[in-house]
Design a protein around this ligand. Structure first.
Ligand code: DX5
Ligand code: ZN
Length: 216
């Protein structure tokens, strides 16, 4: 299976959001990656439901929604209503993670869990069989345009090993500082999906950049 490419809308031009969504529609990208930040779990605020609803009206690909918010349980149903196909919560933000995962699935979405750079993949051992996706943060969450953390490769390999050992079947997604230099190494380590924000939207030809990542 070829690598899933998920351009991060956080790096799009919000004044031309429809144009940038259409660019993703007409590119080799597989998913829209949508970052929701609450200013509490992370030191930044991005956008919320009305904006996702607007993106959903234009987007013709999977909406991969990454919640960087505390207490995500309160909004699971609403994210389904505005079009989320995959809903990813942070391990560090969920006291009752098992319940949260079940609730996402009960609401008809694929369930993902994201790990901060300091969080060991082993902590997911008891829920890996329930998950559709694990998102490994390769920067500290909160901002686009940060430098990739090299320890990510090791985490991917450990997670691949856990997946094999358990016979689990989740997608391994990498988010933060992804570019065409680290992408081949991430894929070699076992990544299935790559999020790329700045590298795509700050490039001179985002459509071509997406295709280049797809061909890594
Ligand atoms: C960071 C977000 C990322 C971000 C990636 O907290 O989760 O999805 O948009 O942006 P780049 O690719 O610029 O690091
Ligand atoms: Zn993200």
């Amino acid at each position: 299976m070829s690598t899933i490419i998920a351009p991060s809308i956080l790096a799009a031009d919000f004044g031309n959001l429809q144009r940038d969504c259409e660019l993703v529609n007409n590119s080799k990208a597989d998913w829209f990656h949508i970052d929701v930040m609450d200013g509490v779990f992370v030191p930044n605020i991005s956008y919320g439901m009305p904006v996702i609803d607007a993106i959903n009206k234009v987007a013709n690909k999977t909406l991969d929604v990454h919640l960087m918010i505390v207490d995500p349980d309160r909004y699971i149903e609403t994210f389904k209503k505005v079009g989320a196909d995959i809903l990813t919560v942070h391990y560090e933000a969920c006291t009752h993670l098992h319940r949260t995962i079940q609730s996402i699935k009960a609401n008809g979405m694929k369930a993902g869990v994201a790990l901060n750079p300091h969080t060991s993949v082993n902590l997911l051992n008891d829920v890996l069989l329930d998950l559709d996706l694990v998102l490994i943060m390769s920067v500290n969450p909160g901002f686009g345009g940060q430098s990739f953390i090299d320890n990510t490769y090791q985490k991917i390999k450990s997670l691949v090993h856990l997946r094999e050992t358990l016979g689990a079947d989740f997608i391994i997604e990498i988010d933060g500082g992804v570019n065409s230099t680290n992408a081949p190494k991430l894929i070699e380590a076992g990544a299935d999906a790559l999020v790329a924000g700045s590298f795509v939207f700050k490039s001179t030809n985002p459509t071509q950049t997406i295709e280049d990542l797809k061909n890594c």
